[in-house]
Design a protein around this ligand. Structure first.
Ligand code: FAD
Length: 459
C-alpha cells in the first residue's frame, strides 16, 4: 500500500504534541498524530492533573482541624483512597475525551497506537502497519521514569504505577528528593501513610534556593515525614514469598520495611525505539533530541518538543514549544522559544513558588545583591493552629534595582508566583514593588511591603 501523504506527523499525544498538532491543523496543514497510551500524555493522565487533585485531597485533614478554631464542630471523618481514585479517574477520562474531540474538530487524524520512523520521511504505525509519508515530523514522545539497576528494582513503582495503585499502602518508602518525589511523599503522608524518603544528598530539592530547601524540609519533618539522608537503596526483596510487604536495604546497612516503594529519581528522554537513529536524528549525551531554538533537530524537517528534548521538563514549556513550532512551520511567523524566567511551583504542603535566580546564583553573577525576606505565621494559623511559617524572599541587584529572583514557601505560593512571573517578564525593579499598593489583609502583600534588606552581599 502506498504511504498516505501528510504535511505533519506528530509522534506522541502529550502536552507538546497535542498543541502542535492542533495549531498546525488550524493553520491548514494535513496532520496525523499517534499516541500509544492515552491522549493528554503524562501531564493529564499520570502527572500534573491527577497529582494536583490528590494534593487537594491531602489538604482537607488540616482544613478540618483548623475549622475547630473558627467555631466549627465536625463529625467523624475518614478518607477512602478507592473513592478518591474513582473520582480522579473519571476526571482524567473526561479530559482525555476533550483532548480527542478538540483535535478531531481541528481536523487532526488520530491513531491510538505506537509510531516509529522507518526513514527520515516515513512513519509506520506498529499495530496496523499503516505507513505515512510526512513532509515534516514532530517527535513529542516525552520522558520516562529513570530506573536504577538494583536487585528487585522491578518491585518498586514509578510515578506511572503510583497513579494506578488501587489501595493506599500503609507504609511507603520514597526514593528521591526532587519535586515529584516530595509531592507524592507529602500527599501520601497527609492522607495517612507512614512515609520515609531516602535521598542521596543531605537536602531536598537540589537547585532551589538554599533557604527554601531548609525551610521546606523542616516543615515536612514537622508534619511527620521521615528523611534518611546520604543513603541509597541497594536492593528490594519481598518480605514473604506470596505477601505484599517489601524490604529495602540501604547502602548504610539500614533495612526498611514498607508496603510500597516509590521511585522518583528523575526522568529520561523517551527516545529509544522511535527510529531516530535510522532517520539520522542526533541525540545529546543524555539521549535527548538535540534541537535549536526553533525545536529543529539535526534533520531539517524533523522537529522535537517537550521532555524528549530535555530543555525544561514542564508542561508549559512543552506547550510553548509546540505552539512556536506550529506557528513557525505552518503559520508563517518565525517564533523562537527562549527558556528564561520560568515561574514554577512545587505542590507540597506548604507549597513552593519560585522564579529567577537563587540567592547563591545572584551573588555569583552580580557584584552587589540585596535580599529582602519575610518569615511569618499565616493569618489562618492564628485561630486554626498549625506551626508552618510562610517564607518570602526577594533577590535584588543593588546597582540596577532589578528583581532577580522571588522565592516563596506558603499557601498559594504557586498562584502568587504565576502573577509575579508577569512582573518579572516586564523587568520589574524593587522600586516598582514598593510603589504598588498592598492588598490587605493578604499574605502576598508582604511582597510589596518589604522595605529593608535582611542581607546585603558585596558592594
Ligand atoms: P508527554 O506529556 O509525556 O507526552 C508524550 C506522549 O508520547 C505520551 O503520552 C506517550 O505515551 C507518547 N509516546 C511516546 N512514544 C510514543 C510512540 N513511539 N508512539 C506513539 N506515542 C508515543 N509539569 C508541570 O508543568 N507541572 C506539574 O505540576 C507537573 N507535575 C508532574 C508530575 C508528575 C508525577 C510527572 C511525571 C510529571 C509532571 N510534570 C509537571 C511534567 C509534565 O508532565 C511534562 O513536562 C509534560 O507532560 C511534557 O509533555 P510532552 O508532550 O513533552 O510529553
Amino acid at each position: 500500500m502506498t504511504p498516505k501523504q501528510v504535511d505533519l506527523f506528530v509522534i506522541g499525544g502529550g502536552s507538546g504534541g497535542v498543541r502542535a498538532a492542533r495549531v498546525a491543523a488550524q493553520h491548514g496543514a494535513r496532520v496525523a498524530l499517534a499516541e500509544e497510551y492515552r491522549l493528554g500524555g503524562t501531564c493529564v493522565i499520570r502527572g500534573c492533573v491527577p497529582k494536583k487533585l490528590m494534593v487537594m485531597a491531602s489538604r482537607f485533614g488540616q482544613e478540618f482541624s483548623d475549622a475547630a478554631g473558627f467555631g466549627w464542630t465536625l463529625g467523624e471523618r475518614h478518607f477512602e483512597w478507592p473513592r478518591l481514585k474513582a473520582q480522579v479517574d473519571a476526571e482524567l477520562t473526561r479530559l482525555e475525551g476533550a483532548y480527542g474531540s478538540t483535535l478531531r474538530n481541528a481536523g487532526v487524524e488520530l491513531h491510538a497506537e505506537r509510531a516509529l520512523l522507518e526513514d527520515a520521511h516515513t512513519v509506520r504505525l506498529t499495530r496496523s502497519g499503516e505507513r505515512f509519508h510526512a513532509a515534516r515530523v514532530l517527535v513529542a514522545t516525552g520522558a520516562t521514569p529513570q530506573a536504577p539497576a538494583i536487585p528487585g528494582a522491578e518491585l518498586a513503582s514509578s510515578s506511572n504505577e503510583f497513579f494506578l495503585w488501587p489501595t493506599q499502602p500503609r507504609r511507603v518508602l520514597v526514593q528521591g528528593a526532587g519535586y515529584i518525589a516530595l509531592e507524592l511523599a507529602n500527599l501520601l503522608q497527609r492522607l495517612g501513610s507512614e512515609v520515609t524518603v531516602v535521598l542521596r544528598g543531605e537536602k531536598i530539592l537540589r537547585g532551589f534556593d538554599e533557604e527554601l530547601r531548609d525551610h521546606l524540609q523542616a516543615a515536612l519533618v514537622s508534619q511527620g515525614l521521615r528523611f534518611v539522608t546520604g543513603a541509597a537503596l541497594t536492593s528490594i526483596t519481598r518480605t514473604h514469598r506470596s505477601g505484599l510487604g517489601l524490604r529495602a536495604t540501604l547502602d548504610s546497612g539500614e533495612v526498611i520495611e514498607a508496603d510500597a516503594v516509590l521511585r522518583a529519581l528523575g526522568r529520561v528522554p523517551n527516545t529509544a525505539g522511535v527510529g531516530l537513529d535510522v532517520a539520522g536524528v542526533a541525540l545529546d549525551a543524555h539521549g535527548a533530541v538535540r534541537v535549536d531554538e526553533f525545536s529543529r533537530s539535526s534533520v531539517a524537517h524533523i522537529h522535537a518538543v517537550g521532555d524528549v528534548t530535555n530543555r525544561v521538563m514542564l508542561t508549559p514549556a512543552a506547550i510553548r514549544e509546540g505552539q512556536a513550532f506550529a506557528d513557525t512551520e505552518f503559520g508563517g511567523r518565525s517564533v523562537p522559544v527562549r527558556h528564561e524566567l520560568i515561574p514554577t511551583a512545587v505542590f507540597t504542603t506548604p507549597e513552593l513558588g519560585v522564579i529567577g535566580l537563587t540567592e547563591a546564583q545572584a551573588v555569583q553573577q552580580h557584584a552587589a545583591v540585596d535580599v529582602y525576606s519575610a518569615n511569618f505565621r499565616p493569618m489562618k494559623a492564628t485561630l486554626g493552629g498549625g506551626s508552618t511559617r510562610t517564607l518570602m524572599k526577594l533577590v535584588v541587584a543593588r546597582a540596577s534595582d532589578r528583581v532577580l529572583g522571588v522565592h516563596i514557601v506558603g499557601p498559594e505560593a504557586g498562584e502568587m508566583i504565576q502573577l509575579l512571573g508577569v512582573a518579572m517578564q516586564m523587568g520589574t525593579r524593587k522600586a516598582d514593588l514598593d510603589a504598588t499598593l498592598a492588598v490587605h489583609p493578604t499574605a502576598a502583600e508582604e511582597l510589596v511591603t518589604m522595605r529593608l534588606p535582611t542581607r546585603r552581599h558585596g558592594g
